[in-house]
Design a protein around this ligand. Structure first.
Ligand code: F6P
Length: 352
């Protein structure tokens, strides 16, 4: 059996750990030949590969990024000719199956190719934790840990200077990183893409805190926007993944709040610090679980499916349930309710 592995979309901590787990599990169980496909689906379109062996995946467990490289260039679904080229190349490379690690975009492509006959298994990766049908993607825990540490750091300096500190986290249109890091990092205000914020309310919370605690810690997801306002874009033009690049809401919020407050408002954008570097122990274990389960799906011939984690249980679901979807924080999410109980404000009018 010959199996190809690829990593698509943005990188995230734990990809190399999955590569190691899939490779070793397939070799151990059926002495499979495993090949890495370079740079996501672009490598399949251009037939660029590298051998993966028991030995050369050694040392990958804690390594950040992806040794296979990744890009959003060359979408095999962009035209019939591109789709056919991807399928032909998979055949001429002698691939009996492909394991595709990625986010919603990669899963959508994987499903499209599966419908055309490619034997593909998906593995959910993203720091954003926004893949439908999966309560925890690997990479999220690491990003959350980094954002939590950053909040704690801006907390101490903000408290020393009596400032309002705004920390912006990634996550695109899902606020999971902001929500969980905000709770873990003791933010006073958390602003999410899922809940439009009212500037006056946010200012009122800061003013109340100016009287007593003399500082305020705000964690804002990059996709958050004021009621009636727009998402802040770093680059309005589409990037290589075809979507506008989000970023800068922390600076926009600073400028909205500053005229309303006595204390100085300072903004920090965390950016790719959240995505790079070594995975946490939790993500190493999760990546290994996902990788071994993906190998099992390949061996059982369970294709057009994605490995998943639901209610703490490892499972798999059809890729059709994932393709084109985005998992966002619901209005009744238990974490939201819990956070409100400890006094965290989500910027909704009337919460202060
Ligand atoms: O989807 C992961 C993510 O890190 C988002 O949180 C962020 O908006 C985006 O990717 C950034 O992508 P890029 O590195 O391509 O600018």
């Amino acid at each position: 059996m010959r199996v190809g592995l690829l990593t698509g979309g943005g990188d995230c901590p734990g990809l190399n750990a999955v590569i190691r787990a899939v490779t070793r599990s397939l070799i151990r169980q059926c002495n499979a030949e495993v090949i890495g496909i370079n740079d996501g689906f672009a490598g399949l379109m251009e037939k660029r590969t590298q051998p993966l062996t028991w030995d050369n995946v050694g040392g990958l467990l804690g390594l950040g990024g992806t040794i296979l490289g990744t890009t959003n260039r060359l979408d095999p679904l962009q035209s019939e000719a591109a789709t056919q080229r991807a399928l032909d190349n998979a055949q001429s490379l002698g691939l009996d199956a492909v394991v595709a690690m990625g986010g919603d975009g990669t899963m959508t492509i994987a499903h499209g190719l599966a419908q055309r006959g490619l034997k593909v298994v998906g593995v959910p990766k993203t720091i954003d934790n926004d893949i439908e049908g999966c309560e925890r993607s690997f990479g999220f825990d690491t990003a959350m840990a980094t954002a939590t540490e950053a909040l704690e750091r801006v907390h101490t300096t903000g408290q020393s200077h009596g400032r309002v500190m705004v920390l912006e986290t990634m996550g695109r249109h899902a606020g999971w990183i902001a929500l969980e890091a905000g709770i873990a990092g003791a933010a006073d205000i958390i602003l999410l893409p899922e809940i439009d914020y009212d500037v006056e309310t946010v200012a009122r919370v800061c003013q109340q805190r100016e009287q007593q605690q003399h500082f305020t810690l705000i964690c804002v997801g990059e996709g958050a926007k004021p009621a009636g306002g727009q998402i802040t874009l770093d680059t309005p033009a589409p990037t290589d993944h075809g979507k506008p690049r989000l970023g800068g809401v922390a600076f926009a919020l600073r400028d909205q709040l500053q005229p309303l407050l006595k204390s100085e408002v300072r903004a920090t954008v965390l950016g790719h610090v959240q995505r790079g570097g070594s995975p946490t122990p939790f993500d190493r274990v999760l990546s290994t679980q996902f990788g071994v389960r993906a190998a099992q799906l390949v061996l059982e011939g369970e294709f057009d499916r994605m490995v998943t984690m639901q209610a703490g249980v490892l499972d798999s679901i059809p890729l059709s349930r994932v393709a084109g979807q985005n998992r966002r924080i619901g209005p009744n999410d238990p974490l939201l309710q819990m956070a409100r109980q400890v006094g965290i404000c989500f910027g909704e009018a009337g919460c202060a």
